[in-house]
Ligand binder design. Sequence first.
Ligand code: UDX
Length: 432
Amino acid sequence: MKIAVIGTGYVGLVTGTCFAETGNHVTCVDIDEVKVQKLQSGKVTIYEPGLEAIFERNIKQKRLDFTTDLKEGVKDAEVIFLALPTPPGGDGAADLQYVLKVADDLGHILDKYAVIVDKSTVPVGTADKVHNAIEKNAKVEFDVVSNPEFLREGVAVDDFMKPDRVVIGTQSDKAKKIMERLYAPLVRQGNPIIFMDERSAELTKYAANSFLATKITFMNEIANLCERLGANVDMVRKGIGTDTRIGKRFLFAGIGYGGSCFPKDVQALAKSAKDAQYDFKILNAVMDVNTTQKTRLMDNLNGYFKNNLEGKTIAMWGLAFKPNTDDIREAPALYNIEALISAGAKVQAYDPEAMENVKGQIGDKITYAENPYDALKGADALMIMTEWPVFRTPDFDVIKEELSEPLILDGRNLYEVDQMQELGLTYFSIGR
Ligand code: UDX
């Protein structure tokens, strides 16, 4: 099939590359000339494990190309994916200007039937808006389909190639058949393609992410309570996770969820609900709890140093919002850096992938170490913000030797409490 993907951000690039890998011819379109030049020269513009190899292969085999010209990019495409940014506007609602601008252009450009697919996370009712924007100028028949993505950063290629399910919102039989054909290679193992109306598909994406964010937040509150009641959240997690109705995944307490999806989607769903005169109380609580949770360890740190962090140096392990990504959007580390700096402390950080991005955002407000142990030099305490594998089995003797105080604040529960005690380390984690 010939397909086009408009927008070469995270979702667009993964979608385009993976559909090329299943044998389609894919043209990706972006208005950013520098980015398109980079992509054309064979350089991947995002950090995503496993993407580079299939990206290079498909460019070489001429199934994947790039352009800044929308008209050229969508020429002869049977399916056109919209993978454009939908940033939160001032009121928390997703801003649709990029999506609707392209829809408007497509109305002028399309010269034969095509399926236009909303891949961006968009509020309920967007498929109708996109349809209307195209229809204003359309000379040919077309369908607009909602097909939300459920990709996790760090494992996006796997999530794309082996999806738990594919959700497709359309009421057109013609579009349904085309989408079924396109996704067939990805659901061979029998995972379902679930067809539904456009609005339900749009809401499915928000409901999935908001549910997961709520699940994590619930565990974070259980963890906070564990500390007060003398229970251990690891045990409670195992105790409830074995109930198949609850499930084992996404039950890990920590310093809150971050990233580009959960915070934005929870906020947008709460806003959609409000616009529909519905007060979605749980979501408001989830957002409140998550904000406090991100800097929860600051209470322990302040307690230890008797509310005087002036002149202290804190080593920070992990800056990305989660491991295997360089993404720092809504990362708890940034909130802690802000809190530390405003309390007069210095931060020496190490992250395997995200330091460049942090440098770009906050420059030399903190110092950046070459490796985890360099970050400890001359520091008074260690804070762990991201569960990168490299932090899981460190040399605790070196940690003790380097820190002026034997103090670890672990936002990701990486170590056993007993072991820390035996080593003579003061150890704060979450819910234990
Ligand atoms: C998420 C969804 O999982 C994905 O389906 C959607 O398409 C985009 O949003 P992503 O943001 O890449 O993906 O990361 P994910 O692995 O889901 O983690 C989100 C956040 O939750 C991270 O900050 C992570 O640290 C946190 N988390 C996750 C926990 O605190 N505890 C858990 O048990 C799981």
